[in-house]
Design a protein around this ligand. Sequence first.
Ligand code: NAG
Length: 358
Amino acid sequence: MAPRRGAWLLALGLAAYQGFAFLAPTVPSRAPTGLARGFGRCPQQRAASATQRQLVPGAGEALATILVSEMGDKTFFLTMVLAMRKSRRLDVSRNDRPALPLAWVHFPKCGSSFLNMLIHQPDFCDVAPGFSVDEDNFGTCFSFNFNDVCEDLCDTQRLRCQPVVHECIGSQYTELKGHMVGMFRQPEQRILSAYHDEQHNWLVEGDCEEKAAPKPALPIFAELFGGTVTYQLTGEGYAGDHKLPLLPDLPVRTRAMAEEAVRRVSGFAFVGITDEWDLSVCLFHATFGTKCRALDFLDVRPGTSEAEVYDTAPLRGYRDELDGMVYQEALRIFQANLLKYNVSMDSCQRCFNEAQGV
Ligand SMILES: *[C@@H]1O[C@H](CO)[C@@H](O)[C@H](O)[C@H]1NC(C)=O
């Protein structure tokens, strides 16, 4: 072992021993397809406090082992990858339903309120019936703050707690396949929604993490924000890609990644469409055999919601082709599942009526 590497390992090992979470992002991960090579890391890999609990125990053990034995690079990296995987492994030991635990894949601007449906599934989380993860209960950065207490509130054999908000699926795909649930959104609408979200702004001052740069012109923003669903499904780490303009190096998003992302949509146990919220909620309950609740529909009266649709003209012809491929596949699966579970506005009246009473 070269002295330099030895010193590096020692430093890592000591850090791990002391329980420092920043180790995690230094670990290279492996994607099942090999596609991930050269993707770089998901940007903004902070969120250390949330990551710490998930990653450090396994990583620390692995590093301790490495420090007392001389191993080649290959074994070292493999051990690290296994340690990471072990510490994030889904708990499937006493599951009666194969999709459990459900693993929410949270694409930015695709409906954080989806979480409020998840936490109220039977036996999922120890929360009062009307409880909601929102600004009143968890502050402006409610998604981030909820993650910190998720494991205390929820049964991780039913609901997987995310290590970080907007995490990337990347090399975790094999493990999460069949457990993933999430909402997809028409890409240009998602971009416009992100651009106009002044409350949880993705680029300007006052967001959950740091003061950021001034908002760029929309077409520039679109170029930067486009393709980030593709990236989140295939890249590694934390998809803080909404802050892409702040990064010195933009992660590459390629057509090959989009093709892999398209394949990964079939790894979802549930695919919803943000702009079809009511049908999606109804489909979710039909899929898992659970009851509709009024809160699943936010404040909107069941069956009558009309999603806000942004005028795309200011995009000046920009189209998010990569995420467009993924969205088309999500839409295809969504529609196939509507047929499979006989879900329509008509058949959902029962769900909507149930929701009136709960
Ligand atoms: C599908 O739903 C409709 C109500 O919209 C109902 O009349 C019909 O019987 C259902 N079909 C099946 C196969 O369950």
